[in-house]
Ligand binder design. Structure first.
Ligand SMILES: [Zn+2]
Length: 107
C-alpha cells in the first residue's frame, strides 16, 4: 500500500468544468460582486483577461480586467491590475471569481 496522495482541491468553470483555480490559493472569501459572494484568489489558471478598464468599487477606484474561461469564454470574475489606493494594493495581480460561477471538482 502506498501513501494516500491528496491532490489540490480544484475549482472548475460552472459551464465547462475547465480547471480555473485551486482552493489553497484563496486569499479571502468575503468579497462581493454585484451578483453575490465572490472569492479572492492569488492565482488562477486556464483563463484569459479582457480589456483593462478603471472601475469604481465600494473600496475605491481600481484598474481591472474581466477574466474569461479559456474554454467556453464565460466571464468568471475579474483581475485587479492596479489599485489606486494604498490600502487596496494587496489586491494587485489577484483574481476575484464569482462563487456561483465556480464549482468544486476534486475534493
Ligand atoms: Zn468554461
Amino acid at each position: 500500500m502506498g501513501d494516500l496522495i491528496m491532490g489540490p482541491r480544484l475549482y472548475g468553470c460552472y459551464k465547462c468544468r475547465n480547471h480555473v483555480a485551486i482552493h489553497d490559493d484563496i486569499v479571502s472569501k468575503s468579497f462581493q460582486s454585484k451578483n453575490g459572494r465572490a472569492f479572492l484568489f492569488s492565482h488562477a489558471q486556464n483563463m484569459y483577461s479582457g480589456r483593462k478598464e478603471d472601475r469604481q468599487m465600494m473600496t475605491g477606484l481600481h484598474l481591472v480586467a474581466d477574466v474569461h474561461c479559456a474554454d467556453c469564454r464565460e466571464v468568471l470574475g475579474w483581475k485587479y491590475e492596479k489599485a489606486y489606493e494604498e490600502s487596496q494594493k494587496y489586491k494587485e495581480g489577484k483574481f476575484v471569481l464569482e462563487k456561483f460561477k465556480i464549482v468544486k471538482q476534486i475534493w
